[in-house]
Design a protein around this ligand. Structure first.
Ligand code: 5AD
Length: 314
């Protein structure tokens, strides 16, 4: 799909055609199936200061926690019993030998517990090639690292100086070369973002090197610097744009694993289901122990539950 066509769809010039076509492609690729991945939020301790994120290092109001091996083992064992065969391990970003070992231990434990049956996706931020290799060799299968915005200028506006756009991009390519199925994605409705930048995001994400995508609306968090800046889009517009983004990406990449995000469900629960109808094929129910969920507070009003009655448990 060329950029003009993408832009037309993003502006809502032909929603009917877009959603009909994307639903058709979705069903050709995945039938009525939805893939479940249990999301474990391992820790909200973070060394980064991303300007949009509620668990940024400088938010001293965030109550920090880190799950121990036994807790995660119990959590994943219960999910396995429930039928889960895929988990996502997500956490704040730390770079230390101790952290590398912590994740390595988690990966080995889960593979052992499930006799290799559980597919593991890591979402543990930017690391060196050596660390990524260690985790890959321990058994991790996939890696999620959002580019957040493919526009270097916008990327710089929402990240502190030490987080570099080109390095982020190179890490994504390193991950695929190590054999991870690699996923990326962006936030939709960031201050300064326009439909033009979103069109370029889709062109970036649809690259054949990526096998997965997670993208959702940006939601302000009042303990972050970005809170003071205004988005060009209302929350309703962000929901609509997210659905259009998912639908366009589905047409561009019929085979890609595309998630219907928690952020989308947080703004409008029903939209998380609509996203599955018009293009997304992955949902990541939160399986983090309940008492820790409230602390993994990325943005205002983040939901920590998925009402399965709305989705069907298949
Ligand atoms: N609004 C929406 N999504 C956010 N994330 C972090 N902060 C916010 C926010 N304020 C997303 C980022 C990150 C993912 C784990 O959560 O895209 O990659």
């Amino acid at each position: 799909m060329n950029r003009d066509k993408i832009l037309g769809y993003l502006r809502g010039e032909n929603d009917e055609e877009l959603f009909a076509r994307s639903a058709e492609v979705r069903s050709e690729s995945f039938g009525e199936e939805v893939y479940f991945r249990g999301l474990v939020e391992l820790s909200n301790v973070c060394a980064c200061n991303c300007l949009y994120c509620g668990i940024r290092k400088s938010n001293h109001l965030a109550e920090r926690y880190t799950l121990d091996l036994q807790t995660v083992k119990n959590t994943v064992a219960a999910a396995y019993e429930d039928g889960y065969r895929a988990v996502v391990l997500q956490c704040g970003e730390l770079r230390s030998d101790r952290f590398t070992q912590y994740i390595t231990d988690m990966v080995r434990m889960i593979k052992e517990l499930s006799r290799d049956e559980i597919v593991i996706t890591l979402s543990c931020g930017e690391q060196s090639e050596e660390v990524y290799r260690t985790w890959r060799e321990a058994g991790a299968d996939k890696y999620l690292l959002r580019i957040e915005s493919s526009d270097p200028v916008l990327f710089a506006k929402i990240h502190p100086a030490e987080i570099d756009y080109t390095e982020r991009k190179n890490r994504l390519y390193t991950l695929s070369s190590l054999g991870f199925m690699t996923g990326t994605g962006v936030m939709i409705g960031l201050p300064h973002q326009t439909v033009e930048t979103l069109a370029d995001d889709l062109i970036f994400i649809s690259d054949s090197r990526f096998g997965m995508c997670g993208m959702g609306p940006y939601i302000e968090h009042k303990e972050t610097p970005l809170f003071a800046q205004k988005s060009n889009f209302s929350t309703d517009e962000r929901v609509t744009l997210t659905l259009r983004m998912i639908a366009i990406l589905r047409i561009m990449r019929p085979d890609m694993n595309i998630a219907s995000s928690t952020a989308l469900g947080s703004l409008r629960p029903a939209a998380r289901i609509s996203a599955l109808k018009i293009g997304a094929n992955v949902i990541m129910p939160n399986i983090t122990p309940t008492e820790c969920r409230k602390n993994y507070d990325l943005y205002e009003g983040k939901i920590s539950d998925l009402d399965l009655s709305k989705v069907g448990k298949k």
